[in-house]
Ligand binder design. Structure first.
Ligand code: ZN
Length: 574
């Protein structure tokens, strides 16, 4: 491809609408343009990067035994009513009526459509296992679409669905998909982790999120410094606390005036104790009903863990007024002793002795409180956020908190959809069974954005080689010089003959602006035909990621660069 003919409208300034780095760079590099809120046109280079992700996804899905289909984007309401999601799904589901007044929606996901297809076509265990996927444009009517391709309303996704006859086979399919996802993101050249995700009410360890590591990521991850343990904050567990080695004597409960001291820091400073020796009482509304949650002063409640422990649909932190209405105690002085609402405790609290709690009276706290002697709790569970001081629950090594961007999610669904849609098959004994399903998503356009969030510098994008729209950008630095232009054209032909994806910058521009654009669009190898060719017959090659520049004699450039590319792709299993 020749730059002079390419629709590649790079910008010098960052458009005001962009907040995150990938959005800024995708606009500046001329990869996307906004049509309307959360909806983008993909220009040639943006689409080329997306196609790279798609190609890897297709190959690895195929290796995992999945078959590609393409399902309709427009879906009839009937199926969603049947599954119960027409009611449950919020305004993110874009609903409309066609000319015959039939209700429809734009698919944000395809569980209903695929389950309907399979229940019509597969009637026997002999047709199983079946694993189908598509790469499709999805629509989710986000209230505040932001961040470009990171969270648009329209986006390109790979979504796959598996159907199995037995739990054992379903688990095997899940493992196969887990491996396929591992391959996909490795081959994309991305640093990532598969993290255990919360499965809500379904339970079990059958959900993993694939997170691209990036400081700008919106999710916090907990990863082990030693083993492969990784989890998001909602799921992350620490090593369970050990009971005290030597049981200390339980000291007598003592009420102490703590005038105006409401916050943990203020109370612990006033009493000259560590926050580890204080237990704070947080009030949450679980499905609207107040419940007090006890955690150590240096810990925070993890709402999803609390929700799961209580079996609630929804939990939210109560505000000061709700706390006072429920308990009659002003916030800051709440404690479990004699409290009139349900109380649950984090498991760290259960191993504490002689700790400080609020006295349920303004300006007072209690010293030497003890669970079991001074108060009881309804439940003891892991209810808190893991911290960097915690230890890996698997191997005991140090944990690290880091940030990531979710690009893939695999989920063992079980029979929830096949039951809702009455999708059944006859098993080997002739008995009717519901299909056991799994679903597997990859945000294709989002993966490109995540790759940029992970790989960029002040000058622009630094594409991982496997996702780069072109592998080489060949700069003709003197388009008006016949010898240089002749050499650049010869290299261009030779690269293409060698199967290297090359963009020839043949524009009549100054070298400085060609360098800037090359850096901005992030092509991994920059090959320059200029002065050193004219003087010494040498061609300079610059690595976008490392900034290293090497020189090769004209005749060795194509073979040398092609070999480097092959080796780099082989290194990530490409
Ligand atoms: Zn570990």
């Amino acid at each position: 491809m020749r730059y002079s003919q390419l629709l590649l409208p790079t910008l010098k300034e960052t458009p005001a609408e962009a907040e995150v780095i990938s959005h800024k760079l995708l606009l500046r590099a001329g990869f996307i343009r906004k049509l309307t809120s959360g909806v983008y046109s993909y220009l040639p280079l943006g689409l080329a990067a997306i196609r790279k992700v798609e190609k890897i996804v297709r190959e690895e899905m195929g290796n995992g035994g999945a078959q590609e289909v393409l399902l309709p984007m427009v879906q009839p309401a009937d199926l969603w009513i049947e599954s119960g999601r027409w009611e449950k799904y919020g305004p993110e589901l874009l609903r409309f009526k066609d000319r015959h007044d039939r209700e429809s929606c734009l698919g944000p996901t395809h569980e209903e459509v695929i389950t309907d297809l399979v229940r019509r076509e597969i009637h026997s265990y002999r047709g199983l296992p079946l694993n189908l996927y598509q790469i499709q444009t999805k629509f989710r009517d986000e209230i505040r679409p932001r961040f470009g391709l990171m969270r648009g309303r329209e986006f390109i996704m790979k979504d796959g669905y598996s159907f199995d006859a037995t739990e054992e086979e379903a688990n095997k399919t899940y493992e196969t998909m887990h491996y396929a996802y591992h391959r996909v993101f490795t081959r994309c050249g991305l640093k990532f982790r598969a993290v255990e995700a919360d499965t809500g009410t379904i339970g079990g360890s059958f959900s993993h999120e694939f997170m691209v590591l990036a400081d700008t990521g919106e999710d916090t991850l907990v990863i082990c410094k030693k083993c492969t343990y990784a989890a998001n904050m909602e799921k992350a567990a620490a090593m369970p606390p050990a009971p005290p080695v030597q049981e200390p004597a339980l000291l007598p409960l003592e009420k102490r005036e703590t005038p105006g001291k409401r916050k943990v820091e203020a109370v612990t400073e006033f009493l000259a104790i560590s926050p580890r020796n204080l237990v704070k009482t947080m009030v949450y509304l679980a499905d609207g009903k107040p419940v007090a949650v006890l955690v150590r002063g240096d810990h925070e409640v993890q709402p999803v863990k609390l929700k799961n422990a209580l079996g609630a649909m929804e939990v939210e932190l109560a505000d000061d007024k709700q706390v006072f209405d429920a308990t009659g105690v002003p916030t800051g002085y709440l404690g479990p002793i004699g409290l009139n609402i349900r109380v649950v405790a984090d498991r760290e609290v259960a191993v504490l002795r002689n700790f400080v709690v609020g006295a349920n009276e303004k300006n007072f706290h209690c010293l030497n409180a003890n669970l079991g002697r001074d108060f009881e709790v309804e439940k003891i569970a892991d209810l808190r956020m893991v911290t960097a001081e915690d230890r890996c629950p698997v191997c005991g090594a140090e944990l690290e908190l880091t940030r990531g961007i979710e690009v893939g999610h695999i989920f063992k669904l079980g029979t929830s959809y096949s039951e809702a849609l009455n999708a059944k098959f006859l098993d080997s004994e002739g008995k009717e069974q519901h299909f056991i399903m799994g679903c597997y998503g990859i945000g294709v356009s989002r993966t490109v954005a995540a790759a940029i969030e992970q790989n960029h510098d002040k000058d622009g994008i630094i594409f991982p080689l496997p996702l780069a729209p072109f592998q080489v950008i060949l700069l003709n630095l003197s388009p008006n010089d016949e010898a240089i232009t002749g050499a650049a054209e010869e290299l261009y032909r030779a690269f293409r003959k060698e199967g290297v994806e090359v963009l020839l910058d043949d524009r009549d521009e100054r070298p400085g602006s060609k360098f800037k654009d090359a850096d901005l669009i992030g092509i991994p190898y920059r090959v320059m035909v200029g002065k050193s060719f004219a003087n010494q017959g040498l061609i300079e090659i610059r690595n976008r990621a490392t900034g290293e520049t090497t020189s090769l004699p004209f005749g060795e450039v194509v073979a040398g660069v092609a070999a480097t590319i092959r080796a780099a792709l082989a290194a990530v299993g490409g």
